[in-house]
Design a protein. Structure first.
Length: 341
């Protein structure tokens, strides 16, 4: 017997690496040293920093992958993978430098996985970071044929004196929400249960979704906020803290960017809830509380800024084609969120 008899095709793995080589190289920054195929990726720190701090993050895409695999559409989940990591790193004020991916599958299917890596490369280009390397593991018996899982790892850099950790936040500051593109990559287990329990088809086009199929609405990639937010920081807008709205929605993630003895009073009707969330609530009979505790509800990223900077900050993001709105205010409290419907 050999390794192929056990379900692992080493030659197919080598061919896959060659197939994605140009995709990986398309993301390289000047600081990348060497190419693809070494035991480790090498990256030289950029100059201009007095006290550079490296900020790392890791995440996955979750059960959104199940939807992609059922529909045989693999070109967007790689963008989700990058977005979930770089948006987290960004909250410290850090510029993402490089990204690594881990792909595990039951049987290596080069065409499908090339689409996945193409999405990862696209996400890296959007974030301005290099796809420095990765690992593809073929694991027959652990994953079914056609199944794969993804994990991502990102490292960014920020000047120590410009790090954002909530310590600058003051009572009276306002929370500015940046629009999401939909559910992003959280809450998809509930989405899949609703679709399954209601015996819906992914190619149905509910009127509330404005002509989109259910699949199109939920496979829309997570928004990558790196370029407009870094531009805002470089423009010296006064930003005190930031939060990436992921699993647990606003109630779980927004308090994480506050200082001690602070809370946020939300203005619940200050933004329009996208139709996709209205559809989920109606079709799944999901309570309002559960919706806010599961989904981002149309707000994918939040910045905390002084009250007098709010109008200027909103105008800046609108100029970057990112919808922004004041969604709340910092008040005295114990790290909670109040005012949600």
């Amino acid at each position: 017997m050999d390794y192929r008899d056990a379900g692992v095709d080493v030659e197919a793995g080598r061919a896959f690496v060659n197939k994605i080589r140009n995709l990986v190289h398309s993301t390289f920054r000047p600081e990348v040293i060497g190419g693809l195929g070494g035991f480790g990726g090498c990256f030289q720190l950029p100059g201009g920093f007095r006290e550079p701090v490296l900020v790392s993050g890791t995440d996955g895409v979750g059960t959104k992958l199940k939807i992609a695999q059922v529909l045989n559409r693999h070109d967007t989940v790689g963008i989700d993978l990058v977005a979930m990591c770089v948006n987290d790193v960004l909250t410290s004020g850090a510029e993402p430098l490089f990204f690594l991916d881990y792909v595990a599958t039951g049987k290596l299917e080069p065409e499908h996985l090339t689409e996945v890596v193409a999405g990862i490369a696209s996400g890296c280009r959007l974030a301005g970071c290099a796809l420095l390397g990765g690992e593809t593991a073929e694991m027959p018996g652990f994953y079914e044929v056609g199944e794969y899982d993804l994990a991502g790892f990102c490292v960014g850099i920020v000047e120590k004196s410009r790090m954002l950790d909530g310590s600058l936040v003051q009572v009276g500051d306002v929370a500015i929400g940046l629009a999401s593109t939909g559910v992003h990559s959280n809450g998809l287990s509930l989405v899949r249960k609703i679709v399954s329990d209601r015996a819906l088809a992914w190619d149905e086009r509910p009127s509330l979704l404005g002509g989109e199929t259910i699949a199109e609405a939920f496979l829309r990639p997570t928004q990558i906020y790196v370029q407009p937010v870094l531009a805002a920081l470089q423009a010296d807008l006064e930003i005190h803290s930031m939060a990436h709205i992921t699993g647990g929605g606003l109630p779980e993630n927004l308090p994480r960017c506050l200082g001690k003895n602070q809370s946020i009073q939300i203005h619940p009707h200050s933004w329009t809830i996208p139709p996709v969330f209205q559809w989920l609530a109606e079709v799944g009979s999901v309570t309002t509380e559960a919706m806010y505790n599961t989904f981002n509800m149309g707000i994918g990223f939040v910045l905390i800024v002084p009250h007098h900077e709010a109008e200027k900050t909103i105008a800046f993001f609108e100029s970057q084609d990112v919808s922004a709105v004041v969604i709340g205010e910092v008040i005295n409290g114990s790290g909670t969120l109040s005012g949600l419907p």
